[in-house]
Ligand binder design. Sequence first.
Ligand code: T5A
Length: 214
Amino acid sequence: MRHETVEAGKLITLEGGEGAGKSTQVSILVERLRRAGRQAIATREPGGSPAAEEIRETLLSGKIKPFGPFAEALLFSIARQDHVDTVISDALARGQWVVCDRFLDSTRAYQGVSGGVPAPVISALERLTLHGLMPNLTIVLDIPVEEGLARAGLRRAALDRFESQDLSQHERIRKAFLDIAEEEQARCVVIDARKPEALVAEDVWEAVAERLRP
Ligand code: T5A
């Protein structure tokens, strides 16, 4: 019997603060990868699998907030593990390119740096939930906090649990993403998200083409 070896897919994550344009760029990138002949899927966190989408509702409603950032970090991690185990790993094994709106760096930035959950705890959660899986490429969309919040606010009537944090927390989160990108340059690329959508999409594609050769 002849066995065909399937080339493993790639995991690309988009990260950044509120309203940076992650969801917009995820859709554009998936279309572009498909036009380049790759099988590509869009997914998101928190969520991405039926069970994780249920956890998303609970987290964004603020019901877990009284238990503190550690409890939120645990729940984001439980959701991530299900998402990885039931969606991402299978897709990668089938050779698909997975483009994910937020992933582990959001937990590092929001619950870790902004929420004060110690970095070794966040790292332990990553080890327990990801079993060594890391994105092949992480694109950090960087935008001044107030500009991003204005975009997010235009889209929705009410801000969720995390969007409604105070400005200094959003500034810490922005810096946390930039610090991660600085520390992990082989994995991360920072893109100026203030530009018009089409120009940001060009920068995203350039980064993907240069780093991953789709
Ligand atoms: N969270 C998440 C944690 O605390 N820990 C974690 O581990 C994880 C995974 C998720 C929340 O959960 C937190 C972080 C978040 O607060 P969400 O609803 O998924 O909540 O929110 P976000 O991921 O922040 O997504 P947003 O929907 O707020 O923003 P996006 O996806 O960055 O932006 P997008 O594409 O929806 O665009 C927003 C608006 O701007 C316009 C769009 O048309 C849209 O109206 N826009 C642009 N306008 C001008 N120029 C451009 N270049 C534009 N690009 C988009």
